[in-house]
Design a protein around this ligand. Sequence first.
Ligand code: UDP
Ligand code: MG
Length: 346
Amino acid sequence: MMEPVLTIVVPCYNEEEVLPETIDQLQELLKELIIEALVSKQSKILFVDDGSKDRTWELIYKEGLRSEYVRGLKLSRNVGHQNALLAGLFTAKERSDCVVSIDADLQDDIMVIREFIIKFHAGYEIVYGVRKGRDTDTVFKRGTAQAFYKVMKKLGVDLVYNHADFRLMSKRAVEELERFTEVNLFLRGIVPLLGFRSDVVYYDRLERHAGVTKYPLKKMLAFAFDGITSFSISPIRFVLITGFVSFFMSLVFGGYFLALKFFGNTETGWTSLITSIWLIGGLQLIAIGLIGEYVGKIYKEAKQRPKYIVDIDSFNLPISRHHLLNQTLEDQGFSLDFRKVSETNK
Ligand code: UDP
Ligand code: MG
């Protein structure tokens, strides 16, 4: 069998602090894999710059000029981890037999990639990296993540426990993934739906090598909420059931209050009346809010907006060629700075 072409896809958002180390380590690993004849010499590392505001792209670009293994994909603006990852996967699959996705912060043990490849040779099309423990995460992060998996499980969404987006996928699997055209794409939920032969590899989660998390609480909550509402209609069903229960209760209480009116003193009724107004009002608001959430999702899907926009793609056109191209264009008097062009047009 010919060695498979591997592309390692790394989404990066403001990762200048950790990136030089990540580039070194991944290149080192890739060279070893090539020497061990586990992957082809054509294998690459594709860094996706998700609209970073720091020197991230500069680092990727410069390394791309130097190294035959490093490629870059620059997105036109920040689209979030999931979409950046998809951009990388869909770009990489064109020239790869398998792709591995990994975060830029070196929290996932890169040595596990070797085991991924060995599994791929053994015929597995999807290999999930699964964390053994979460000792290095803060208590808070660990707790919230655990709760998230539990809730998802209750809602009937099939997730691989303690698996983030560190995984290997075959070209075929990525091609099938591309057919999921929904906009609210929650990868961890979708990939198990692909089927195919899959396996897991366990590893120890490490500390972030440098820099700070790009997932503050607000983004984390949004991510979890999206995950739940894009996969299950249980919340809507829950509202429905609550609605029925409160309707039934109001019938019972209604009868009771009527009995009071005819056989007792009605003065006391005001309290229960005002409470039930608030109660029903609240329930209605919750219901409407939740329905709105789903309607909003339908609205987004209906628009079918692209998930990302590529600015520069050095995977398909190596950076060195970009460089030459830019040089010749500039020699011919073209300005590559679009702001300058518009200024001369004035
Ligand atoms: N990331 C990205 N776009 C974003 C936010 C994050 O591409 O808008 C990348 C980030 O550079 C990193 C990965 O997604 O490679 C995971 O982010 P991070 O490590 O900050 O998340 P955590 O591990 O803390 O959940
Ligand atoms: Mg991280």
